[in-house]
Ligand binder design. Structure first.
Ligand SMILES: [Fe+2]
Length: 211
C-alpha cells in the first residue's frame, strides 16, 4: 500500500488562512479579529478553515470507525459532573442536571495516518491558536484519549451547556446537522476566584429537567 504523505496545504485553506506564515499581513489581520472576539465574546468562529476535500476525508475516517464510538446517556451539571452533592442548597447550579447524549471516538483509536490527528499535531495549527489566544507557549493536551477525539451526535443527541475543564477549546465541525445543532455560549460569567454561581444558575435553570 502506498503511504500518502499528508500536507497542511491539502487540509487548511491556506489561501484564506495562511497559518504557515504568521508574519503575513493576511493572517495577522485574522489573528487580531480572533483576539478581539475572544476578548469580547469568549468565542471566535473561523468559517471554512478546513478544505471541503479534507472534511470529506475526516468524515470518512470517522465513519469507518463508528463501531468504536462509545455512545452514552447521562445527566450532568454545568461542571460536567453526574454526581449530586446534597450538602449544597437545592437550587445551587452544581445540583442542576441536564441530559447529555453523545459519543466519542477516542484519540487512541485513531489510525496512524488520520487526517485529524495529523492536523492536530502540526506546529502551524498550534502556533496559530497560540497567537489567537495571546498565550505562548501553549501545549497539546497530553491526554491520549481526549486530545483530538471526534464528538459524535445521533439525531436526538445533546451536549448541554457546560464549562470545559480546560482554559480553552478548539472545535472543528466536520459535519453540519440537517437541523438543530444550536451552539450556545454565555460569555464572561466566571473568572479565577469568582465562580458567580448566581449567573451560572440563570444560564442552566431553564435547561434542566429537574431542579
Ligand atoms: Fe465542552
Amino acid at each position: 500500500m502506498q503511504l500518502w504523505k499528508k500536507n497542511i496545504s491539502k487540509i487548511v485553506d491556506l489561501e484564506k488562512y495562511p497559518i504557515h506564515d504568521l508574519q503575513s499581513h493576511k493572517i495577522k489581520k485574522i489573528i487580531e479579529k480572533c483576539k478581539a472576539e475572544l476578548e469580547n465574546d469568549s468565542c471566535s468562529v473561523i468559517p471554512n478553515f478546513i478544505l471541503p476535500n479534507s472534511l470529506a476525508v475526516m468524515r470518512k475516517e470517522l465513519e469507518q470507525q463508528l463501531d468504536e464510538v462509545y455512545m452514552s446517556k447521562e445527566s450532568i451539571n454545568a461542571y460536567l459532573y453526574a454526581k449530586d452533592d446534597p450538602s449544597l442548597p437545592k437550587d445551587h447550579p452544581k445540583r442542576i442536571f441536564m441530559n447529555r447524549y453523545n459519543g466519542y471516538l477516542n484519540s487512541d483509536c485513531f489510525a496512524k495516518n488520520s487526517e485529524m490527528k495529523f492536523l492536530y499535531e502540526t506546529e502551524e495549527l498550534l502556533k496559530f491558536v497560540s497567537a489567537c489566544l495571546g498565550i505562548s507557549p501553549i501545549y497539546r493536551w497530553a491526554d491520549p484519549l481526549a486530545c483530538h477525539a471526534y464528538n459524535v451526535m445521533e439525531p436526538d443527541g445533546i451536549l448541554p451547556w457546560h464549562f470545559d475543564s480546560c482554559e480553552f477549546t478548539l472545535s472543528l465541525m466536520i459535519q453540519k446537522p440537517e437541523q438543530g445543532g444550536i451552539f450556545e455560549y454565555c460569555p464572561n460569567i466566571r473568572e479565577p476566584g469568582n465562580e458567580r454561581f448566581d449567573e451560572v444558575k440563570k444560564s442552566v435553570r431553564w435547561r434542566s429537567f429537574k431542579s
